[in-house]
Design a protein around this ligand. Sequence first.
Ligand code: NAD
Length: 255
Amino acid sequence: MANRLNNKVALISGGATGMGGASSRLFAAEGAAVAIVDINAETGNALAAEITKSGGNAIFVKCDVSKASDVEAAVAAVQKQLGAITVLFNHAGTIIIKPFLETSEAEWDRLTDINVKSMYLMTRAVLPQMIAAGGGSIVCTSSISAVAATPMEVAYNTTKGACHMFARAIAVEFRDRNIRCNAVCPGFVKTPHGLREVKELQAHGVDVSEAALAAQQGRICEPEEVARAALFLASDEASFVNGTHLFVDNGFTAI
Ligand code: NAD
């Protein structure tokens, strides 16, 4: 086992599947005690069991990250079982693909709650214990969508723009307490979220064909490639990296 996260307690929201799942496996393999925090109890429990079986330390805690009471209970449960959280990966999120003029107020609010308010709730719940522990690292999943817009994604693009700035603002306010906060910004990734996004965009006539994707980012990204970038930001190797946006997109946003 490698040891880049030895003695760290990592809470990964959305840690059951996709990039979150890949990060749960990788962070545990790097020595962290991992709390998988997700609404998907079946997959989350199975992943925690898989990690434990292979010699890692992982627990699953069910939580809807958009609900304050759920988040507070989950963070308290993690602290009780694993100790003070020193790595927080705010990864849980979802997407709505719809023409802007057909997006209802309820849909707008729900997406904002899951993608943005969740970061506020989770970070607010974790920061006091992270500061008391002497500091820590927060990684927020933003996206290429924070800076590159796609038709049918006005609501989603807006939420990711907010995640982008949330990471930067937390970094500036808390760096004097040894807290780092950065955003990881993936391109199109082969996860349930990413594959649904491609399918639904295609259904709305947006060109996300293999050829279009190849022109933009070469190929689809693997979840493990994002997990490795998140690991760097989470670990002490990134000790002076704070308030940054790390794009994992093979040049999508560089063109
Ligand atoms: P995913 O769908 O496999 O993972 C999302 C995880 O979040 C799931 O385990 C899901 O159960 C969990 N989740 C969703 N809503 C939740 C809630 N309310 N409370 C708790 N958990 C919840 O896909 P993924 O691509 O690894 O993750 C999606 C995240 O990645 C989002 O933040 C999304 O904006 C971001 N992202 C995805 C891509 C991509 O192409 N896949 C690209 C850029 C950014």
